[in-house]
Design a protein around this ligand. Structure first.
Ligand code: F6R
Length: 361
């Protein structure tokens, strides 16, 4: 049940420090990762990641991790495109399918397409008894617990945790990550539940900002590096439950077209932890401000100290180990969507036209 929350979505957002902690205890119990020995990434030429919707955005974040932490070339695609384009796939590859329900028709068809072609199929699922879990060579549960709200929240962050753990294993298997770097990243992942608690503590300011967002016609989300797919996820979440038109863009892509949309009426949400790409993102943010866009800057203390001048609003996040920032910044993205939908009075848990599990093509 809703355990005192107004909506399942609010409960599921709030549960994330706990369920992420459960997934951490399972996959990173001691000094090594708890993943099947047979999942050996060492000789692979490629990893293919396929999913739909929010699960696809989790794959899109993970691509950055597999490439930077493990030096493993990745291909990502949405299942409805992947399955019909007859993609050539090297035999020395794994194909990974991410699905909360484990029943999404296009993702299941993509898995069947890969089965005879790759060394191994891997399912990252919430429902351990699902079709996708049963048909894959290896099934890894994300341990998020039942997700009722149609808009996926805790499943997304738990998917990211399992994918990060896989990327760390791949980094060790392939000799790309030193033991020290591996240990530092494990410590980084272990810090996330605590950071999430801190990020959830101040959700009052988010509700106040949402009152304003609820009046907008269009909202843009910007991010760079692994924060780019998170910008896409933030926009999807907002569209789904508040019915406000929203788009996510790679910060550097703005000047190639979308900047034409900016005027005083357009809120632009910038997801920018103080990382090595921060200055680049800030210069894109300033291009928005020069066109009178209303910037909401989400960053940490260092980032806000460096760049908050002249923005419409800010949200302060704890500092987070660089590669894993998308896991933490998912929370303000979810909360902004949630409070905006509440401000508009839409049906948060059962948005119009959407189903929790999409078993038709
Ligand atoms: C968005 C959302 C959908 C699902 C997509 C895939 O909040 O929930 O985009 O992520 O339909 O569903 P699964 O993960 O069950 O395959």
């Amino acid at each position: 049940e809703k355990a005192g929350y107004k909506h399942f979505m609010a409960k599921e957002i709030a549960e994330q420090p706990v369920v992420l902690g459960d997934a951490l205890a399972h996959y990173l119990p001691g000094d090594t990762v708890n993943l099947p020995e047979t999942l050996d990434f060492s000789g692979l030429e490629r990893l293919t990641l396929v999913a739909c919707g929010t699960a696809f955005y989790a794959c899109s974040v993970a691509k950055y991790w597999f490439e930077t932490l493990a030096g493993l070339p990745c291909e990502i695609d949405v299942a409805s495109e992947f399955r019909y384009r007859e993609p050539p796939i090297p035999a020395k590859s794994f194909a990974l399918f991410v699905s909360q329900s484990g029943e999404t028709a296009d993702t299941l068809a993509a898995l069947r397409y890969c089965r005879e072609k790759v060394a191994k199929t891997v399912a990252v699922v919430n429902v351990a008894t699902s079709s996708i879990a049963r048909e894959a060579d290896v099934a890894l549960p994300i341990l998020a617990g039942v997700e009722v709200g149609v808009a996926s929240t805790k499943a997304f962050t738990c998917q990211l945790l399992v994918l990060a753990t896989l990327a760390l294993k791949a980094g060790r298997d392939r000799g790309h990550l030193s033991a020290e770097a591996f240990a530092a990243h494990v410590a980084g992942l272990r810090s996330l539940p605590g950071l999430m608690n801190a990020a959830l503590a101040g959700d009052g300011p988010v509700a106040a900002l949402a009152e304003r967002l609820a009046e907008a016609q269009d909202i843009l989300f910007l991010g760079r590096g692994p924060m780019f797919p998170l910008a896409l996820e933030g926009a999807l979440k907002l569209k789904e439950i508040s019915y406000i038109h929203a788009e996510g863009y790679a910060s550097g892509e703005l000047k190639h077209g979308p900047i034409a949309l900016i005027d005083r009426s357009v809120p632009v949400i910038v997801l920018a932890p103080h990382d090595r790409l921060f200055d680049k993102t800030v210069s894109n943010m300033q291009e928005v401000m020069a066109r009178h866009g209303q910037v909401l800057l989400i960053s940490d203390a260092k980032g806000l100290a460096a760049a908050a001048e002249g923005v419409w609003a800010t949200l302060k996040m704890p500092e987070v180990p660089e590669p894993f920032a998308p896991i933490l910044y998912a929370l303000p993205a979810q909360l902004l969507a949630y409070h905006t939908a509440v401000a508009k009075g839409t049906d948060v848990d059962q948005p119009r036209n959407l189903a929790k599990s999409v078993t038709v093509e």
